[in-house]
Each structure stands twice: as structure tokens, then as C-alpha cells.
Design a protein around this ligand. Sequence first.
Ligand SMILES: [Mn+2]
Length: 274
Amino acid sequence: MTPATPRAPRTRTVFISDVHLGSRGCQAEYLQQFLRQIDTEQLVLVGDIVDLWSLKRSRYWPPAHQEVLRTILRIARDGTRVIYVPGNHDEDLRELCGNELAGIEIRRDFIHQTADGKRYLVLHGDDFDGAVTFSGWLKYIGEQLYDVLLCLGRLVQWARRRCGFGYWSLATWIKEQVPDARRYIERFEHAAAHAAQRHGLDGVICGHIHRPGIRDVGGVRYCNDGDWVEHCSALVEDRSGRLGLLFFTGDARLIGFAGQPAVPAPAAVLDVAA
Ligand SMILES: [Mn+2]
């Protein structure tokens, strides 16, 4: 009998954050489909995975959210290295940093080295809230209003689906219209890039502001993996060490890659090309 040849996973690393399990904004079904399709050496959870703030306000834990947790545990059990960097919405878990739980390493932050030897600071990103002067949209509209926006957005999305349209986020669209929101994002990007620079690193990988992006800022690379509330996005490192952004919604499937440099063939990363 010939032993099965061990097959290399399709991607080296998948980074996701701002899932907000336990809150109504979480796009758990899309995430569940995404997680079931990835085949990766490492999965990094860059914070705000479980929304403990929201759970403290009201108990909301539908089966789809439990299913996402189960899938993450299964991924860890099946041999993928899983690292969890708690964010501000799951900061109670920061007490566990330095430990391993159900095969998941819990870290406050760490340095990720890509296959081509570049070194990135990985952290959630709320660390930069102090550096970002709060004239930004976060304070501007506040978390409560953001929840209302997301709720309205779900209604719009429901109507769009019935009419056969693809995924679209109301909250994202509104933020595009607010100049303050754009300034806030810019300040955040600079603060994050500066942290990487100070440590002599090639870049930073974070989440927190629900704004996926890959940009060169001040000589280092700024990567934000986005969120699973508005964008359904992930940052993906392919086997050669290139980083790309991936957008995933169940009905529209793989929407596309963005960022510099883009991973050339999305279908090679996820088996979702129709
Ligand atoms: Mn956050």
C-alpha cells in the first residue's frame, strides 16, 4: 500500500478579524462557508472574534455563531496552526495571552514572518486609538449608531437579495460619504505603520477599523484584513509570501482580490471559482 502523499495546503496564512460573534452584525453564514473552504498552514484571528461587549448587553448566540466556533476548533484539531490575538471587544481573553487553549495559541501580538522573509507586526489595532484624534467617525456616530446602521443595512441587503442583487454594505457606503471617516482611517494607518517602523519591521497586519486594505505607508506595508460585519474579507498569504485581500460573500462567491501586489489567481487560493 502506498502511503498518501502529504499535500501542501493551498495558502500559507489566512488572517481574519472583527468577526463579532454574539452580535447581530456578524455575517456568520458567509464566514462559515469561507472557513470550510480554506486550506491553510496557519490561521490567525486578529481580534474582535467574539464580541463580549455585545454579549454583556444582550444574550445573542444563534446556532450559526456556535458553528463558526466549532469550525475554528476543528481547523486547529486538523493540524492548522491557529493563533488568536484578542482585540478590544474580546479583551477579557487577553488575560489568557501566552497560553494555549484547545490547540489555539493566544497572543497579545507577535511578529509574523512571510515565506519571502518579510517581518510584520500582528496586532488587533485598538492600541492606536489613543494616537488617532477622535474626531473620527467612531466617536462621531458612536457604536450604538453603528449598530443601527448595520441593522438597517441588513434590511437593505434582504431586499436586494430578493431582487437578485449581490452583497452590498450600507455602513461602508455611508462611511465613504463622510470626510471625517476618511481622515480617521488615514490617521489610523499612519499610527499602525509607525509602530512597525519603530520596531524595524517591514509592515503591520491589523484589523479593528473594519476597513480592509493593503498600502505602503511611510516606507512600510500597512495591511488590514477588514471584517465580517461589512466586508467579509480576509488577508491571505500565498505560498510564496505574497499578501492579498480576499472578499467573500456566499451568494456572490469570490468577489475579487485587491491590494498590492495582488495574489494572481484567486481560484488557486480558494476553490470557489464558479
Ligand atoms: Mn476592535
